[in-house]
Design a protein around this ligand. Sequence first.
Ligand SMILES: [Zn+2]
Length: 326
Amino acid sequence: MRLIAIAFVLAASAFAEPVTVADFARLHGLVASRDAASGRDLLKGASTIVLAPGMSLAVVDGRVIPLSEEVRVENGRTVMSAEDASKIASCIREGEAPRPPPRYEPEPRPASSPVVRKAPLVKQAPVAAKKPGKFREVVIDPGHGGVHTGGKGAKGTMEKDIVLDVSMEIRDILREAGIKVTMTRETDRHLAPEVRDDLEARVDFTEKHDPDLFLSIHANWAENKGAQGFEVFYPRAGCEGSATERETGRKLAEQIRKTFADRFDTPDRGVKEAGYFVIKNAPCPAVLVELEFVSNTTGERNLRDDGYRKRLAVAVADAVLQQSRK
Ligand SMILES: [Zn+2]
């Protein structure tokens, strides 16, 4: 009874300090564990919650809950902001959580009797979080692969490896958010030895899967070693997609640009129209992201950094999820 009172007061009044996942789990009768491979925290009980450091969202019972801040790791413990803890608390099922006996009970119920479901203590998830997104199926296209290395940095970094790693991370995040994701490649391979055939194979693959979004991931290269930053492309007029699809692509490109500009200290080269083969011929909204220049010293150093690549992936995925809900 006392535990419930404390839990309720904390949930209702919002935690003042950042909340550790362990404390949150304890308060809500959930069992917390961490998947060492992915670094994600899993809370299981009446509800299942997935939290990943670096992501500003939680997945609660398969629903994506946007958070106001990124979940982060402090002194080895995963923490979230007080506001976000309250938000997640408002979305979880309270059915099996320990609760006081209902007031109308004439006698205390025996300890072994099943818990009676009644109205949740706190309001349910915001309607927006429940709305099915418009990007139900996404094709992610890690550029190049196999014999096609893409751009190469001074330290030997190859674009094909960088973009595959970032794309796989985006894939995992979107799948956790309930989006069906297929990939043009998931290993270091080309789709055809000739460049033109390889690009056509990517378009054929996309046509076959008929997704709601085609997302091509690249890293940039330039003769001018001073060139640095990110840029995001959508199909120019006259491409395969309809005007509505172009507009959807433009809006997502802008969302990715904005998310990158907010999170990365590197030049914002903007959103641009382009006729690149894969986005030109995509039969759906299409976006091509140039993450950073592998030909730039700082750019290459960042792209070689595991944490930086993960942040890039999270930023792209966050932008896709935000636009999907609009
Ligand atoms: Zn490329």
